[in-house]
Design a protein around this ligand. Structure first.
Ligand code: WT7
Length: 652
């Protein structure tokens, strides 16, 4: 089976969705943006930078004199927090709600831009009182509460870089990140609400900070009211120190290349990489892409991104993109099934959410829970739906459009990375005729292509490695403290080009289909088969909600395909189901892609950001002792999966 045939098979239904006429007629960005950017890429970005309010307008756009170390808008000066907060108040929009906060227990709080300005100013004054200065690093370890956003903006406001560490990470993970960034102060809370109960955060910080001599203070937000241990002289209550600060704070401008944040990638192996992002270029692209890809109309839209603030999606599409655009958004603290599996849809209905941004893993979970759950809620306010984090298989894409989007909403499948800082490949909702499962095309001003092993661009209809061929404003500037690793990791595989680590294909129209991390590609009897394609084929069977596919060592074929499958809410396991699923894949993709074994499971091992850890499934499939499980959300999942595998893989 050639890759071209398999892609043609996946596309056989030729499903295409034109933009809704009404959206297209008033879209923020139209097709000429592509032409304009193609004619003058740097001029295009210089124009987008004017979306921001600069204290000193930049006259330079890109300085690429020392690749791969880029400088964007280097002679410009701005304050990122001013751009996200104050300027909206100055423009007369102080009464607009910036954040509708929905706590997991059902408490809620709406914060206007004027209130946000006061809160950020008090927090900035508090940080200054605690000795935090321009150029320092501050670690943030908080649940999804407004203070997380306020803390990040307060750091930005005084020129300190934040390093947000996801609240689910262990004390060890926090300690190594605090040490690597040499953070001076940590902001945490007593706890947050998760799955119906308070879940402590401070103990991990107490443990981590006991190993971090350079941390002078721990600032503690009171969220749950639970008991905390207290270190006098070091620990400070957030409410106590912020309450006595002035709500006035004058934001100083900083250089466009001043560090804004470090974010450690959730890599599954090796020492975590501190991805460094700076100010002007990052904010330009976060702001532009949020405006273009969600078609945000700040006066009328209600936007909701369900990601955690601990991931880059939370940085770029909860904090910096939406707030720089003056958006009204929802922030939800908890899990989607607390107290019931319709919680997300109840929130959409309550706030009249118009733009929703979530991940394929969540969408497939909703498919598993059943169509009847979203059907109980009024979701007619929704007008654009986004997806990010993994390839979205066509079946989940279509389900999302039908059952959440009422068959009306464009789906924007946005490809990007922690390293890219902002969206890179995505449809535009008022322009693109969308294809379920494809991220389609580089955004205006972005240059992406697919190359083969020898760095030659592949023709349409072929697959290879995704590369970015020109620098972009929100690109990472380096790996914190390790310039050589930055060069080696991203710029050495294909000299002069950024290698993203993802496999991809171009279809006959030149549209891009992401195929997952190249480390996950399987080699079966000499054929390269992508896990994503087999997973998509499995999920296109009516009984399947989610699947994960791995290549396990096989004496005959090199690797054999082993599929782990979760059934949909209503489907039942039966003696012949595994056989039926094998045949279904054979029919969809061709006999070579037929899994050798299909295992029906209840859960899949996922990282805390929702990515399937295929490495662990390979360990199971090859009957090996499990590797490192510390980044797993729930390590009991692996016991359950192993119990499905009573014997060593058979040689049938
Ligand atoms: C990796 C980056 C981007 C924010 C969240 C993840 C995968 C991301 C897509 C997409 C296919 C995707 C890639 C990428 N990925 N979006 N729309 N289609 N794959 O950030 O943790 O840095 O992960 O996520 O493999 O390289 P991240």
């Amino acid at each position: 089976m050639s890759s071209k045939e398999s892609l043609a098979n996946l596309l056989k239904e030729e499903r295409r969705f034109a933009p809704p006429a009404e959206l297209a007629a008033s879209a923020n960005v139209t097709a000429d943006a592509y032409e304009q950017a193609a004619a003058d890429r740097l001029g295009f970005w210089a124009e987008q930078a004017r979306r921001l309010t600069w204290a000193t307008e930049p006259t330079q756009t890109l300085d690429w004199s020392n690749p791969p170390f880029a400088k964007w808008f280097a002679d410009g000066e701005l304050n990122v927090a001013y751009n996200c907060v104050d300027r909206h108040v100055e423009a007369g929009n102080g009464d607009r709600v910036a954040i509708h906060f929905e706590g997991e227990p059902g408490d809620s709080r709406s914060i206007t831009y004027a209130e946000l300005k006061d809160e950020v100013s008090r927090a900035a004054n508090a940080l200054t009182e605690l000795g935090v200065e321009k150029g320092d690093r501050v670690a943030v370890y908080l649940p999804m509460i407004p203070e997380a956003v306020i803390a990040m903006l307060a750091c930005a406001r005084i020129g300190a870089a934040h390093s947000v560490v996801f609240g689910g990470f262990s004390a060890d993970a926090v300690a190594s990140r605090i040490a690597d960034a040499d953070a001076k102060l940590v902001i945490t809370s007593d706890g947050g609400y998760r799955r119906g109960k308070p879940s402590a955060l401070k103990p991990a910080i107490d443990d981590a900070v006991s190993r971090s001599p350079q941390v002078t203070n721990v600032l503690v937000v009171r969220r749950t009211g639970q008991e905390v241990e207290w270190t006098e002289g070091r620990d400070v209550w957030w409410h106590e120190i912020t309450e006595r600060q002035s709500a006035e704070h004058t934001a100083q401008p900083f250089d466009a290349e001043h560090p804004l944040f470090i974010l450690y990638t959730s890599g599954t192996t090796g020492k975590p990489k501190g991805i460094l992002h700076t100010s002007g270029g990052y904010l330009t692209q976060a702001s532009y892409t949020h405006h273009a890809v969600f078609d945000l109309k700040p006066e009328t839209d209600v936007y909701w991104c369900t990601a955690d603030i601990g991931w880059v999606t939370g940085h770029s599409y909860i904090v910096y993109g939406p707030l720089s655009n003056g958006a009204t958004q929802v922030i939800y603290e908890g899990t989607p099934d607390t107290p019931h599996q319709g919680r997300f849809w109840e929130i959409v209905q309550k706030y009249g959410v118009t733009l929703l941004y979530t991940a394929p893993t969540a969408i497939r979970t909703f498919m598993k829970w059943g169509d009847d759950i979203p059907a109980k809620f009024d979701l007619t306010s929704l007008r654009v739906l986004g997806s990010v984090g993994e390839p979205i298989n066509p079946e989940a894409w279509v389900w999302y459009r039908e059952h959440i989007g009422g068959g009306r909403t464009p789906i924007v499948d946005t490809w990007w990375q922690t390293e890219t800082g902002a969206m890179m490949i995505s449809p535009l909702p008022g322009v693109t005729e969308t294809k379920p499962g494809s991220a389609q095309r580089a955004l205006p001003g972005i240059a992406a292509t697919v190359v083969d092993d020898e760095a030659n661009e592949v023709p349409d209809g072929s697959g290879g490695y995704l590369v970015l061929t020109e620098p972009w404003p929100s690109m990472l500037r380096t790996i914190w403290g390790d310039d050589q690793r930055y060069i080696d990791t991203y710029w050495s595989r294909f000299p002069g080009r950024y290698f993203a680590g993802d496999g991809a294909k171009k279809d006959d129209d030149g549209d891009i289909w992401l195929l997952g991390r190249v480390d996950d590609v399987m080699l079966v009897s000499g054929h390269n088969i992508s896990t994503t394609e087999v997973e998509s084929a499995l999920v296109s069977h009516p009984k399947v909600a989610e699947s994960a596919v791995v290549g396990a060592a096989d004496a005959t074929t090199g690797q054999a395909i082993v599929a782990f499958v979760i059934l949909r809410g209503t489907a039942e396991d039966s003696a012949d189901l595994a056989g039926a699923l094998r045949d279904h894949v054979g029919k969809t993709l061709g006999p070579i892609a037929k899994p050798k074994r299909v295992l029906i499971v209840n859960e899949l091992p996922k990282t805390r950001s929702g990515k399937i850890m295929r490495r662990l499934l390979r360990d199971v499939a090859e009957n090996r002792e499990l590797g490192d499980v510390t980044t797993l959300t729930d390590s009991t999942v692996m016991d359950l999966i192993q119990s499905k595998l009573p014997s060593a893989p058979s040689e049938d």
